[in-house]
Ligand binder design. Structure first.
Ligand code: CP
Length: 313
């Protein structure tokens, strides 16, 4: 594995989940593996969990960590080729990626979707720009269309909590005042398709995800019906994909409640808006897995970094 950009870069999800759980038992077991190696975390957008868990994972492996809030501290980057740079952008990705490659062995990048230009977002210009011009390994810490570190942490959490051969897993849209990207939902869908699960997606009409990602998956527009007899309900807002980046619906009836949750475990990637996306009773109840999901972000990042270090060391 040269880069970790998508859940598709995992050769065997069960093996990775199992190895991540072993790391969780003894996080410092490979504390010499990353000695003399440096990871640079570049954030074009805000973060709490991704930043701290990836840093913690690298430290557990003995790596040095450099973090830069590129969006607010870096020069504005140009990604177009053969452009006359006489406007606001000061530095080209060609130089930036090569320069970063001199300072570290792995570069991890967070760069969200703009939600204004579908074609540009799907081209993953930031992530692919670094992939093209950097000479080191690139890790996706949430890009325009994917959040594979979150999906791997979710796979670990599901494995820890599941008691059934084929659990019913529901991905439910929920309302939100702002337009949010599709990355978490996309990667969750890709991850769950690698599991033995009875999987249903529920959302209002107009919120269909990229049909290439959801091909063959059951979509139920009645949220109550979708949630019946569920074992796990993963709640997430995303903006419209067909009417790209638009908020079409803020109907509070789609908020996750204890009544709809039933006996299911509640999952969300965080951050979450209380009493908009999900009611307090769910988040504060014993069926909520959100804090454990966040905890598992460390071991998801750690197994990814360990696999990379095993190759480059
Ligand atoms: N779930 C997640 O990626 O959290 P942060 O945005 O805080 O990193």
């Amino acid at each position: 594995m040269k880069h970790y950009l998508s859940i598709k870069n995992i050769d065997s999800l069960p093996d990775w989940v199992s190895e991540a759980r072993e790391l969780k038992e003894n996080p410092r077991a490979h504390k010499s593996l990353g000695e003399g190696k440096t990871i640079c975390l570049l954030f074009f957008n805000n973060s709490l969990r991704t930043r701290l868990s990836t840093q913690k994972a690298a430290m557990n492996l003995g790596m040095e960590v450099m973090v830069m809030n590129f969006g607010s501290e870096g020069w504005q980057l140009e990604f177009e080729d053969e452009v006359i740079m006489d406007q606001g952008k000061s530095e080209h990705i060609k130089e930036a990626a090569k320069v970063v490659s001199q300072f570290c062995d792995i570069v991890a990048i967070r760069a969200f979707a703009s939600l204004t230009d579908k074609e540009k977002d799907e081209a993953e210009v930031v992530l692919n720009g670094f992939k093209k011009y950097a000479s080191i390994t690139v890790v996706n810490m949430e890009s325009s269309v994917a959040h594979p570190l979150q999906a791997l942490a979710d796979a670990i959490t599901l494995e820890e909590q599941n008691t059934k051969t084929k659990p019913k897993v529901v991905l439910s849209w929920a309302p939100h005042p702002k337009a949010l990207p599709h990355a978490v939902a996309n990667s969750f869908v890709e991850m769950i398709q690698l599991q033995n699960a009875d999987f249903v997606i529920t959302h209002p009409k107009g919120y269909e995800l990229n049909p290439e990602i959801t091909k063959g998956i059951q979509i139920e527009y009645d949220q109550q019906r979708a949630c019946e007899n569920a074992d796990f309900i993963y709640v997430k807002n995303w903006s419209s994909y067909s009417d790209y980046g638009k908020v079409l619906n803020q109907d509070s009836d789609w908020m996750m409640t204890q009544n709809k949750l039933g006996e299911a475990k509640f999952m969300h990637c965080l951050p979450v808006r209380r009493n908009v996306v999900v009611e307090d009773a769910v988040l504060d109840g014993e069926q909520s897995l959100v804090v454990e999901q966040a905890n598992n972000r460390t071991y998801a990042a750690q197994i990814v970094l360990k696999k990379i270090l095993d190759e480059i060391c």
